[in-house]
Design a protein around this ligand. Structure first.
Ligand SMILES: [Zn+2]
Length: 285
């Protein structure tokens, strides 16, 4: 049976915390298969960014699109995670050939852009903290750019180069919270800062993550959403972007008179454009 990812949202009955827990195993597998990072280390970083983007969207913008961009110390190395309200999530890795690692601790940046209800764009950029993990970068983003105290742990467990499980959780302090529960929660989460061991022993389903993080606290589930690897590309969208090219560029694409193959950078799906289709773009311009 195919693995089905989901993301759960819950609020403690005292109104102190919001918890979001995601299983992104199949989503990460799909994105890795399309992008093929050249090392397990890069695969894990990419997985963590994808999971983090799903968690941040689910808490800040569940009904809107969110994009997270991680830039390494070397600014030529970038990873993008792009997640939509229907759960479709895709990613992109941009780096020069031969790169096997993405150091982040010196000049790494995390940029998050999300659409607001009125259609405007909210953007924030933070420096990746010294410990150089995606979890720490996400927490810094939530603190600096969204002004919320949030604890985040994302992880990916791999064996023999394959993703066994990927996921994460986010615990957010709500304005109603008082000092007491926060201290209890901070203490409790020390055991779950690294969720890879939990993923490795099969104990990190969203349901289990809620139970573990909210142990002993009454809570109510307020959302359960599907998450999957998916791309919104298609021939119509490509026609639109081709149509926005300068006339000379379209003409040069037609030069050899052959059908043009264009591949989507995110999902690697290939689309064919005949010379006739390109010509009709020129006529429309
Ligand atoms: Zn695509």
């Amino acid at each position: 049976m195919l693995h089905q990812d989901n993301v759960l949202r819950a609020i403690t009955d005292d109104g102190a915390f919001r918890v979001i827990a995601a299983d992104t195993t199949a989503t990460v597998r799909g994105a890795l298969a399309a992008q093929k990072p050249p090392s397990p280390e890069l695969s894990r970083t990419f997985a963590d960014l994808l999971t983090g983007a799903v968690l941040v969207r689910e808490t800040m913008a569940p009904e809107n699109r969110l994009q997270a961009i991680l830039q390494g110390d070397d600014p030529r190395i970038r990873m993008v995670a792009d997640t939509y309200p229907d759960g479709a999530t895709r990613g992109l890795i941009q780096m020069p050939d031969g790169v096997k690692a993405m150091p982040l601790g010196e000049r790494g940046m995390l940029q998050v852009a999300r659409t607001l209800h009125n259609g405007a764009l909210h953007q924030g950029v933070v420096r990746v903290p010294n410990d150089a993990t995606v979890s720490a970068a996400l927490m810094a983003y939530m603190q600096d750019s969204e002004q919320t105290v949030t604890m985040i742990a994302v992880g990916c467990h791999m064996a023999q180069g394959e993703v066994v499980a990927a996921g994460g959780y986010m615990v957010q302090l709500l304005p109603e919270a008082s000092e007491g529960p926060l201290m209890v929660m901070t203490e409790r989460l020390k055991d779950f800062q690294d969720i890879v061991p939990l993923l490795a022993r099969g104990g990190a389903s969203p349901e289990e993550l809620l139970q573990e993080t909210l142990y002993g606290m009454p809570y109510t589930k307020v959302g359960d959403r599907n998450v999957h690897f998916g791309c919104n590309c298609g021939p119509d969208r490509l026609v639109l972007s081709l149509g926005s090219l300068p006339r000379a560029d379209i003409e040069s694409l037609m030069q050899d008179g052959k059908t043009l193959d264009i591949q989507c950078d995110y999902c690697r799906q290939t689309y064919e454009f005949t010379v006739e289709q390109l010509r009709s773009l020129l006529e429309r311009n």
